[in-house]
Design a protein around this ligand. Structure first.
Ligand SMILES: [Cu+2]
Length: 475
């Protein structure tokens, strides 16, 4: 998804508002949007009416509703099929997280276009219970109706009962039978980074269709202003930004004066079309109101002032991006992972499709790894690892502010003009610090084009902590 701020006048005088891009649904460049993993085509879900005409994107509800009133979150979500309401007469079939306890309204579930955006502070806990009522989805085999929940971008424990995607929450015994919810208790460490995250199902073979059907929501870990005295993430650009599937960006809009309007637009077509759109799709609008705010920037332009700030309150247990980039990495802490598509419908890492019972990589707490990611296909992939952030060394610039990330685009290989096969693989190098003692156990890294992940492009990693004998689950 490429985003750009259209026609944005940059002024040094006032900061008006910040806007967050919503979590993006995965693009599907290589498969039929309506093809189930079993090969069975169906019109539900998702309904074709979701993809034929772009529609306005209303803001999802926030929980808690009021900004600034944060505590532990206790909610129950039911994964279900339902009608997505666009606010008019038209409704589309889709998949939803029904929000029940404690927000059930008048005895009816409160359907909305997207599930709620959760807001929480570090050092709090998300107590989220999940019920699987995906009873009416016409899939085979039965296991395709399994689901679970992933807290994308969170640096939290992957152990059972927390951010564990190796479990499955089975379907209700019948649509009329009550089921105990699957409880998750996700403790957010006090030093956890702030920003935009999201939750979505992650059961291998069904994650793509469930996310595209509508099952995903945002999570904001508040406090992002702590990084800089006045702003969040110093991207000073009007140029398009390429966001691979599952990445997020926080945007600061530096505006001119009251009455100005700024638009966030997508330059890419909506799936399943691969054609260049005739016009940009509007994702968000920022309208400027009120009086201008003036900052003492010491004579610098506001953009220069912002980008020259030193981040504050970073997690002291994590190496900074510049420290990470300068470390010596011995060969036994380097790995190479080749992303392949050997035949239609099969996606591999190092020539293997995913096996839940196989540990592909083992590291210890304290290890710092350098991984070379090779793309051996003519299409994009998007590398993502759970629980951790990494530094992209491929475009590292020691003279500029750098940030860690949890997802990175892997560009296509260079193809031979005659055969359209790869003659030179594309290469992306990342450094991953496994230094957080909370992150032990088995979790996954994978391509975040979920159709590829569902078809095999995922592996298990096991992080052990021998000195502390931390609990590690075997698979
Ligand atoms: Cu991929």
């Amino acid at each position: 998804m490429a985003l750009t701020l259209a026609e944005v006048p940059i002024s040094p005088n006032g900061v008006t508002s910040s806007s967050m891009a919503s979590p993006q649904k995965d693009a599907l460049p290589e498969i039929d949007f309506l093809q189930l993993p079993t090969g069975q085509a169906t019109s539900i879900p998702p309904d074709t009416c979701l993809t034929q005409t772009p529609r306005p994107f209303p803001n999802p509800p926030f929980l808690p509703v009021e900004r600034g009133v944060y505590a532990d979150l206790d909610i129950t979500l039911t994964a279900d099929q339902g009608q997505i309401d666009f606010g008019g007469e038209e409704k589309c079939n889709g998949l939803l997280y029904q929000l029940s306890s404690p927000y059930k309204v008048d005895g009816n579930f409160d359907f909305s276009y997207t599930p709620p955006t959760l807001r929480i502070l570090p050092n709090n806990t998300i107590n989220l219970s999940l019920i699987n009522n995906l009873w009416n989805i016409p899939t085979k085999p039965q296991s395709s109706q399994n689901t679970n929940l992933h807290y994308h971008g969170f640096n939290v424990s992957p152990l059972p009962g927390s951010d564990d995607v190796l479990i499955h929450v089975p379907l209700l015994a019948s649509s009329a039978t009550p089921q105990d919810p699957y409880p998750m208790e996700v403790d957010i460490p006090p030093t956890h980074q702030s920003g935009l995250f999201w939750y979505h199902p992650h059961f291998h073979t069904t994650s793509d269709i469930q996310v595209l059907g509508g099952m995903s929501g945002g999570i904001i870990i508040e406090g992002i202003e702590k990084y800089y005295p006045i702003v969040t993430n110093p991207i000073a650009t009007k140029e398009p930004i390429l966001l691979p599937p599952a990445s997020r960006v926080e945007l600061l809009v530096i505006a001119g004066q009251s009455g100005d309007t700024y638009n966030l637009v997508s330059l890419l077509p909506l799936p399943p079309s691969t054609e260049t759109p005739k016009k940009a799709y509007q994702l968000a609008t920022v309208a400027v109101t009120g009086d201008q705010v003036t900052y003492n920037t010491g004579g610098k332009s506001l953009v220069d002032y912002i980008t020259s700030q030193t981040p504050t309150e970073l997690d002291p247990s994590q190496p900074s991006p510049h420290e990470l980039a300068q470390l010596y990495i011995p060969n036994n802490h380097k790995g190479t992972f080749t992303f392949g598509n050997p035949r239609k419908g099969v996606f591999t890492i190092n020539d293997k499709v995913y096996d839940q019972n196989r540990i592909d990589t083992t590291v210890q707490v304290g290890d710092i790894e350098e991984w070379t990611l090779l793309n051996a296909t003519p299409g994009h992939h998007a590398f993502h690892i759970h629980q951790l952030d990494f530094l992209n060394m491929t475009n590292y610039d020691p003279t500029k502010p750098q940030g860690d990330q949890d997802t990175v685009d892997m560009p296509p290989c260079i193809t031979d003009n005659n055969t359209q096969t790869c003659k030179e693989l594309s290469k992306t190098v990342v450094r991953i610090p496994f230094v957080n003692p909370v992150i032990t156990g088995v979790f996954v890294y994978h391509c975040h084009i979920l159709a590829h992940e569902d078809r095999g492009m995922m592996q298990n990693i096991k992080v052990i902590n021998p000195p502390l004998a931390a609990p590690v689950r075997d698979v």
